[in-house]
Design a protein around this ligand. Structure first.
Ligand code: 26Q
Length: 821
């Protein structure tokens, strides 16, 4: 009888419109006569959601029935962006829905714009997690993402007087059609308290943690549809609630008033995303977020495992957990605690399960980004976990001692406990010790971690524990969705959309690199995308870009000294000074250019905020200088986010990925720009190296010192001093001469380069950067050659699909198979 009532998915205009109207009138309790665009967006989304949930249910049933090993991707950030357009594309219902809403008097593009971005991440790491869940679903892997449902995502950036101002991102203002509240799932999570040490009848020591404060984790599920498959995986995000029931016997922290207040403030745990990118803040609430999310997720996974009535020895046949950076490292300790304290397994057996369960992905070598927590904080917040960390460290150091007797230096270097003032727990070391594989995110980066920050661990564990999985991006969002015209042109030549699931098929485009009709169409798509960006820039900044034929040179990413937006803006100033010096006649030889910046600075990062201000001051001067005219425009796009990236990436002629060599682990926006037919100016850093290998060095503009020389150069700065090149001195003089507002304001920025060691080698790379930019100008003048480079780049960017990355994780780290193999 159930079958008879099975929910029907919409599959025609009629059934879509039927469902749309029903959602307007019942779900939204509106009438069709007062259905505005927001309501129409919501009704459309509810209708899509119905389809997704139907398939989501089937997927979960199928995966449960098959009962194979599942992957759990633990990430504190999922930078998903908008869901509607992506769902339409992945379920291949976009055309049908466009026509249907058109019938109903709406424009689909407009409805799509109504959705707020799900901006639950900072940048690269969070967006990587979003691309990975898309690829896991598309590849039909049994996989769940686990994260936090922040009430406030990354702040919205306003630019006021050229300065960044942060405003809260309350993205859940309206009902969110893309989440399913699982109010029946309520997992208690404890903090603080004390540890009781007892012995059982056989004299075996037992430890029991009595928590002092309890909050409830409740689940929100976000269906993740795969492309061209009915597979819909789950992204489960946790939200914190206060408990209602209360055990006074356990309430032993001695500070009643404060504890009650803390308990009432349970929601603060999941209130806001920490807005630091590549920087360790060390705040207690951050550690609470980490434990809250990890404990809830493990509880969920273990509950699922226990339903299968398998012995613990089979846990690792059923479960693989990937740690997205060190943020979830406490999971290693929590699983060991559950197995030993609660399930009664012997330490060694438990530890073998733990290490075989986890894999750890490192995303940085920057020392200021490596997570450390004061021992004292752990002692208070998670007292039993601290004991377990001490034991893990003790057993680890004992084996090291056996392997390398009497090497005290080595022991202190690799100890999980840093003997500093105050003593700190090194989370990356704990993550390495507790995982069976450690991977970097691009080849160069994976080599660097083996030879620098983790080199002692290579000595101890051997090199096979360390591996590389080069990042990737999903071609569904970053080609088909962001650049529908290019996707259509590609499809017309490849004969199908199969390349969206096997991106290496793009290779066939090489055949058309000299086909004049194709070249013309290719260039036209770029021009159209640039026009689209010109519209966005006008709306957001009121700046007019008069010349759509100008070279669009774009750098959008988090603002960070190591990413060197300062190098870019100094280059812009240099160009400006050249134009000013030139005679009207000479000026005609300059290729017109638009320099576009975008990105958020961490709110407390003073130097990054100064860079934003400098960019805006330079823009103000240049854009209003009649000597310059159309030759140069400078734009700072405010509030860079995923939905803006979808408009920006397809519109670049050139994009900048110019980090100091050895500092950018991978970068992924480089991949987005290449896949959209933009060329790259970049350093020999992160994934730029592999991009060069794939597309050919004649199709990329590389410059700058190599990573193997960076340490030496820094050392030389320190002990031998250094001289900035004339060209850069001239730029700095112009800033100091108040050509871009009050030069004094940028003193710190200038001094860090001139007098404080120039840690990021701006001076050392400046001339080489200018030369590369000259080559760019030269090359851009030959349109045919330029477009050919663009086509060849796209044809050879198939490697950078996140599908390839996920397949490598599945085979090399998780030992998990797709559901249909
Ligand atoms: C740590 C402690 C406390 C608060 C915040 C943090 C924190 C938050 C976010 C530390 C780091 C991040 C994000 C790092 C990140 O995005 N890294 C980037 O990851 C990309 C995906 O692998 C790479 O492509 C980039 O190179 C890397 O910078």
């Amino acid at each position: 009888t159930w079958k008879k009532f099975a929910v029907q998915k919409f599959d025609s205009k009629d059934s879509f419109e039927n469902s749309f109207v029903r959602h307007v009138e019942t779900t939204l309790a509106r009438s069709l006569y007062n259905c505005d665009e927001l309501a129409a967006y919501q009704a459309t989304s509810e209708t899509i959601r119905d389809n997704l949930i139907t398939d989501w249910n089937k997927t979960q049933q199928k995966q449960t029935a098959k009962d194979q090993k599942r992957v759990y991707y633990f990430s504190l950030e999922f930078l998903m962006g908008r869901a509607l357009d992506n769902a339409l594309i992945n379920t291949k219902t976009r055309d049908l829905v466009r026509d249907s809403v058109d019938d109903l008097g709406f424009n689909l593009e407009d409805l799509i714009q109504k959705e707020p971005d799900a901006a639950l991440g900072n940048g690269g790491l969070g967006r990587l997690a979003a691309c990975f869940v898309d690829s896991l679903s598309s590849g039909e892997y049994p996989a769940w993402g686990y994260g936090i449902r922040y009430q406030y995502g990354i702040f919205a950036q306003k630019i006021i007087d050229g300065y960044q101002v942060e405003t809260p991102d309350y993205w859940l203002k309206f009902n969110n059609p893309w989440e399913i509240a699982r109010n029946e799932i309520q997992i208690p999570i404890d903090f603080y308290g004390y540890v009781e040490h007892t012995k059982n009848d056989n004299g075996v020591k037992k430890s029991n943690w009595i928590g002092g404060e309890r909050v409830i984790a409740t689940a929100f599920d976000f269906p993740v549809p795969g492309y061209d498959t009915k597979n819909v995986n789950n992204l489960r995000l946790w939200s914190a609630q206060p408990t209602t029931e209360f055990d006074f016997a356990k309430f032993n922290s001695g500070d009643y008033q404060n504890s009650v207040q803390d308990q009432q403030r349970a929601e603060t745990i999941t209130a806001v995303l920490y807005p630091n990118d590549n920087f360790d803040s060390g705040k207690e609430l951050r550690l609470k977020q980490q434990y809250f999310w990890v404990a809830a997720s493990l509880h969920d996974i273990i509950r699922r495992f226990k339903k299968s009535k398998r012995p613990w020895s089979e846990f690792t046949d059923q479960v693989a957990i990937q740690l997205n950076d060190t943020h979830p490292t406490i999971a290693i300790v929590e699983l060991q605690r559950i197995l030993v304290d609660l399930e009664g397994l012997p330490w060694d057996q438990a530890w073998s399960i733990v290490t075989n369960t986890f894999g750890y992905t490192n995303h940085t070598v920057l020392p200021e980004a490596l997570e450390k927590w004061p021992v004292e904080l752990f002692q208070r917040l998670l007292p039993r976990h601290l004991e377990i960390i001490y034991d893990i460290n003790l057993f680890f150091l004992q084996t090291v001692e056996k392997q390398f007797p009497k090497d005290r230096e080595l022991l202190s270097r690799v100890s999980v406990i840093e003997e500093s003032q105050p003593r700190q727990i090194r989370m990356a070391y704990l993550a390495i010790i507790g995982s069976h594989k450690v991977n970097g995110v691009a080849e160069l980066h994976s080599e660097l971690i083996k030879t620098t920050i983790f080199k002692d661990f290579v000595k101890i564990y051997g090199v096979s524990k360390f591996t590389n999985v080069t990042n990737g991006i999903t071609p569904r969002r970053w080609l088909k969705q962001a650049n529908p015209e290019l996707a259509e042109l590609i499809e017309s030549k490849l004969g199908s959309d199969a390349y969206l699931k096997d991106l290496t098929l793009l290779k066939k485009l090489e055949e058309y690199a000299d086909d004049s009709d194709f070249v013309k169409k290719w260039a036209q798509v770029k021009t159209n995308n640039k026009a689209r960006l010109i519209g966005l820039i006008k709306r957001l900044t009121n700046i007019e870009i008069p010349n759509p034929e100008a070279l669009f040179d774009i750098q959008v990413k988090r603002i960070h000294e190591y990413k060197r937006q300062q190098l870019n803006i100094f280059g812009v100033i240099h160009r400006y000074l050249q134009i000013k010096k030139a005679s009207p006649e000479e000026r005609k030889s300059f290729a017109p250019k638009v320099s576009i910046f975008g990105g958020k600075s961490a709110p407390g990062y003073y130097a990054a905020k100064l860079i934003i201000k400098l960019i805006n001051s330079v823009a103000e001067t240049i854009n209003n200088d009649p000597d310059v005219g159309d030759l140069l425009k400078v734009v700072f796009i405010p509030d860079y986010n995923v939905s803006k990236a979808e408009i920006i990436a397809p519109a670049s002629d050139l994009s900048e990925h110019i980090s100091t060599a050895g500092t950018e682990a991978s970068g992924t926006s480089n991949m987005k720009f290449v896949l959209n037919g933009g060329l790259i100016i970049g350093t020999v850093d992160g994934a730029n190296v592999e991009i060069t290998r794939e597309i050919g060095e004649e199709n990329i503009f590389l410059f700058g010192n190599l990573s193997e020389n960076v340490e030496e150069i820094r050392y030389s700065h320190r002990y031998n001093g250094y001289q900035l090149p004339e060209s850069l001195e001239e730029v700095i003089s112009a800033i100091e001469a108040n050509k871009f507002g009050d030069g004094n304001e940028f003193r710190q920025l200038v001094e860090s380069i001139k007098y404080h060691g120039d840690h990021y080698l701006v001076g050392d790379d400046f001339e080489s950067y200018l030369k590369a930019q000259e080559l760019v100008d030269e090359s851009f003048k030959d349109t045919k050659e330029w477009v050919k480079k663009s086509i060849l780049s796209v044809a050879n960017s198939g490697f950078f699909s996140s599908d390839r990355a996920i397949n490598e994780y599945a085979e090399g780290i998780w030992n998990v198979e797709s559901i249909n193999t």
